[in-house]
Every structure is written in C-alpha cells, then in structure tokens.
Write a protein that binds this ligand. Structure first.
Ligand SMILES: NC(=O)c1ccc[n+]([C@@H]2O[C@H](COP(=O)([O-])OP(=O)(O)OC[C@H]3O[C@@H](n4cnc5c(N)ncnc54)[C@H](OP(=O)(O)O)[C@@H]3O)[C@@H](O)[C@H]2O)c1
Ligand SMILES: [Zn+2]
Ligand SMILES: [Zn+2]
Length: 365
C-alpha cells in the first residue's frame, strides 16, 4: 500500500509519525504519515497503546457531517504511555499511563471554559481530529496513530487497576453518556431508557445502573436482549414491536437516545412522563422530524448533549475505577478498521472496537 504524506504549515520542528486515515469520503482508511509537534513546555508526549473506534470516526471519515478536511485521521478514545514531558509539566511523568479524549485544547478563558465546559468553548474547542490545530495551524490528527502530543491540561490520568484497552472507549463513549445522566440527575426511583445498544448505549446502561436508576434498554436487535440484561438493564424492549412500546407509554423520567441513524423520535417522546426529558447524543447525518404534539402533551422536554468537559471526564474515569466499570470491547488490529466500520453500520459490535496500536508498527513497518 502506498503511504501518503499530510502536509501542514508547521512553523515548529516536529516529527513525522505513522497513522491511518481517509484521503477522501469514499476511500478506505490506509497508512499515511502525519506531523506531530515537538513538545512545548506544557506538553505530554504519549505513545498510543489503544484507540477506541467511535461511530463519530466513521461519520467524519465519510464526511457525513459535511465538514471533513482530508486526509482525516480519526480516533478520540486514546490510552497510552507517556514517553516525554515538557519542562513545565507537573502532573505526568515518563512511564505513566495517560488518556486523551475528544478535546485537546480550548481558549481556557471564555465563560464556558471557565465553567469546565471546554467542549462549548466560545473560541472553538480544538477537537482531537478534524479541528484547526492551535499550534501547527493545519488540522488536528487523531488517535489512529503511533503518538500524540497534548497539553497536560487536556490529558487525563488513567486510574490504577483499570484494563487499559477497555478503558480507551470511556474517553468518548463513557463521558458522552455519563455527562447527561449526571446533568439530568438520574438516580434511584427513576425509570430511565437507553436507546440503541452500541458503544455509547452499553456505557449508558452501565452508568444508569450504577447511579441507581431502573434501566430499560430499547434496541432494534433482538439478538442483544441477553447482553442488555447482563450489562445491567432491568428490562429490554425491542423498539420495532409496537405492543411492547405501548406497555411503557408515559412512564419514563429520562431517555438517552444514542442512535446513529434515522429513527422516529415520536416513538420515544411518547414514553416520557410529564416533564420527562429525551436527551439526544446520537448524531445522524440528516435532521430528524420532531412530532410537536408529542412534546406539547404532556409538557415534555427534548435536549442534546456533547461529550463532557475535562474535569468531568476525569471524574467519570475515577467513577469507573470506584465502581469497577469499563467497556465491553473487541480488540482489532489497525488493518481491521475498514471491516470494523462495515460492522458498525450493521449494528454488529459488542460493544466497542478498540484498535491495538502495536499492530500499526507491524503493518506499516
Ligand atoms: N453527542 C456526542 O457527544 C457524541 C459522542 C460520541 C458519539 N456520538 C454519536 O452517537 C451515535 C452513536 O455512536 P456509537 O459509537 O455508540 O455508535 P454504534 O456503536 O454504532 O451504536 C449505535 C446504535 O444505534 C442503534 N441503531 C443504529 N441504526 C439504527 C436505526 N436505523 N434505527 C434505530 N436504531 C439504530 C443500534 O443499536 P441496536 O442494535 O441496539 O438497535 C446501534 O448499535 C453516533 O451518531 C455518534 O456520532 C455523539
Ligand atoms: Zn466519539
Ligand atoms: Zn473557551
């Protein structure tokens, strides 16, 4: 396979690193090289050990959100080992395990940043990939690569004792479900729905259970019923079965929708009690119709949520360590990424693919 080069306008001397990425919306992911900056005083250099495969990676690689800059190197569920630290770094040492999620920088001074909501930075958060790079000036490249250089303020501590590969997807699937469950105060005495049992959904089930709620999974895949129960659901509903859906009408306090494709929001709104909330975290390519009368009667809420801030991501990792929670994963080699994307589209993942990045060295040479 040919290796292509991604050029940038870097003013800083950096290094060229092996990666895997897409060169266009309809290209298979393939080896390429990317620049990484030389570490600045506050930077941590991380050799990537594991990187989770989020459905957002697929949306982005295939330009389904219509903003992808190519070549695109996805990956924002990163766990690795620190190999170098800048002179001003205080929280990490060479040899530590470290993690990086969806954010690598922000302005740090706007009202959102000051509140720990860096994902809503008013000067544009720097996402881990496909975002303007505040240092190199071009686009950021993600975790499907051998190394990443990140400011320590955006680098997370991996709590001792967690399996490293199964921890990686916590950095997106974990925080994206933990944050709304906490924000909407999910807890004991509440009936909570999780729609879609994929990477996000299976973490939603684990967190909602750990927070003490009565958890109901909605799936389109009857083959996932036993898994849903094993993961902690109290009940499972096959959402294509109208009778089963009717049995739960007007009974939920909160529903978290993680679906990655077109689906009927009205079917889930109808299940909420008065003042209940449907929070959407799934990010399908096309807009979804909103049946307004299902909102008006009886005074229901619809909301959205995007990942979580850095402090909350660390809190989520510590919560996982305290509650012995990690992701259910299938480890794949880097060369398996294109097949993994095809399986994601068939809802055939149990429940997160994680790339063993050691395979990148072997494959790319
Ligand atoms: N808001 C955020 O911050 C954020 C962060 C990360 C990801 N996301 C987005 O969240 C979505 C899910 O990501 P993921 O990584 O969890 O994806 P995933 O592992 O592919 O899971 C998505 C699940 O949705 C269900 N589903 C898929 N197509 C469906 C359809 N047509 N109708 C009904 N259900 C369907 C399937 O569950 P069943 O088989 O159980 O039906 C599938 O397993 C993606 O759009 C992703 O981009 C958002
Ligand atoms: Zn993600
Ligand atoms: Zn900001």
């Amino acid at each position: 396979m040919t290796t292509q080069s991604a050029t940038t306008s870097s003013p800083l001397p950096g290094t060229s690193r092996k990666a895997y990425g897409a060169s266009s919306a309809d290209a298979q992911l393939a080896p390429l090289t990317i620049p990484r900056r030389a570490p600045l005083a506050q930077d941590v250099v991380i050799d990537i050990l594991f990187c989770g495969v989020c459905h957002s990676d697929l949306h982005q690689a295939r330009n389904e959100w219509h903003n992808t800059v190519y070549p695109c190197v996805p990956g924002h569920e990163i766990v690795g080992r620190v190999t170098q630290v800048g002179s001003a770094v205080t929280r990490f040492e060479v040899g530590d395990f470290a993690a990086v999620g969806c954010l690598v920088d922000s302005c740090r001074s706007c009202p959102s940043c000051r509140k720990g909501l860096e994902q809503f930075c008013e000067q544009h958060p720097t996402f881990t990939y496909n975002s303007e790079d505040r240092h190199l000036g071009a686009v950021t490249y993600g975790g499907y690569s051998e190394q990443i250089v990140v400011d320590e303020a955006f680098t997370l501590k991996v709590p001792a004792g967690l399996d490293l590969a199964a921890t990686a997807p916590l950095l997106c699937a974990g925080i994206t479900t933990y944050s709304p469950l906490r924000h909407w105060n999910v807890g004991p005495g509440q009936k909570v729905g999780i729609v879609g049992l994929g990477g996000l959904g299976h973490m939603g089930v684990k967190f909602a259970k750990a927070l003490g709620a009565h958890v109901v999974v909605f799936t389109t895949s009857p083959g996932k019923i036993q898994d849903a129960l094993r993961l902690g659901a109290h009940e499972v509903v096959v959402s294509t079965n109208q009778e089963e859906m009717k049995n739960h009408a007007t009974s939920f306090n909160f529903i978290l929708d993680t679906v990655s494709a077109q689906h009927d929001l009205g079917a889930f709104l109808q299940l909420l009690k008065v003042d209940g909330t449907l929070t959407i975290v799934g990010a399908p390519e096309h807009p979804l119709p909103l049946p307004i009368f299902n909102l008006l009667i009886p005074r229901r809420n619809i909301a959205g949520s995007l990942i979580g801030g850095i402090q909350e991501t660390q809190e989520m990792l510590d919560f996982c360590a305290a509650h012995n929670i990690v992701c259910d994963i299938e480890l794949i080699p880097m060369s398996g990424i294109n097949q993994a994307y095809e399986r994601l589209l068939k809802n055939d993942v149990k429940y997160r693919f994680v790339i063993d990045m050691a395979s990148l060295q072997a494959e790319v040479g």
